[in-house]
Ligand binder design. Sequence first.
Ligand SMILES: Nc1ncnc2c1ncn2[C@@H]1O[C@H](COP(=O)(O)OP(=O)(O)OP(=O)(O)O)[C@@H](O)[C@H]1O
Ligand SMILES: [Mg+2]
Length: 326
Amino acid sequence: MSADGRTRTLDTMIEVKGLTRTYGGYTAVDDISFRTRPGSVTGFLGPNGAGKTTAMRIMVGLTAATRGEATIGGHRYHDIVNPGRHVGVLLDAGAQHAGRTGREILSLGARIMGLPVSRVDEMLDLVSLDDDEAKRKLRNYSLGMKQRLGIAHALLGDPEVLVLDEPANGLDPAGIRWMRDLLRGYARRGGTVLLSSHLLHEVELVADDLVLIGRGRIVASGDRESLASTDAASTLARARDNDELAAALAREGITAVPEGAGLRVSASTADVSRVSVQHSVILTDLRSGAKGLEDLFLDLTSSAQREGAAAPGSLAALSTSNGSPR
Ligand SMILES: Nc1ncnc2c1ncn2[C@@H]1O[C@H](COP(=O)(O)OP(=O)(O)OP(=O)(O)O)[C@@H](O)[C@H]1O
Ligand SMILES: [Mg+2]
């Protein structure tokens, strides 16, 4: 995209470099850096108060950065002419004039962006707001309806980039699935999506890449698969005699610690199986102990971070070419 707002290219990367925002002595966003890939959905994931909204507000020029910068397609948001044609933004679905109807809000947006009024009907249709609902004032909208209108508003100018803060908030299950399909399709056509959530389930099915933020800092980032499989060499095993299994594993140089009714073993299921055969230990249960993304998310964003400790083991090293934190 060029700053004159005319040329449309596929350079739709969002790039955040050393972004920091402090409020008095409090650091809401602490030196975060990441990059989104064109044609992909990046989930910006973190618990309440992690700094997601603050970072996104900086990206779209609503909050000033204390340090660092954020660019979209190489430009600061403020330098993009007719930004709604390039960057669709949904930060706070209720932040529109409450006395206007949904149709009025979209019509006004279309006028400002120089779009034909037919675009309004297309968008209302897309987000499944019917004629009657479009005539109601925003103050009488339900949460989910506001959210749908907000998504319609973000898509109005057919932008190449979407910055959406918790867009699934208030949507019913069908709405969440609809939004997921919409964003996947949008990314498939080359669009770039940055999508925040404090709920892993909302983003794990739609995001190609994840940026995990806790207490203002990025604690892990990378593509979803590599983040999810960081703990593959972990197995939960149970034997008729757990002590016997632990001893056999120790002889092979494999560590195991008690967990539940069995052992958590730092090796693959295949290795544990091999050792049990070699040492004639009878197993009664054997399964992958790899933690899911949910555990990873909780580990990374809760206790370890609160204590100011590094993220656990292999996870600390996680960062990929597309999203390298510091
Ligand atoms: N204008 C402000 N003045 C003081 N503190 C602020 C301001 N804006 C944000 N903060 C603080 O910055 C931190 C990050 O807030 P932010 O809204 O970015 O979190 P979030 O990740 O979006 O959380 P949530 O999931 O609850 O939406 C919070 O502790 C918040 O209180
Ligand atoms: Mg927020």
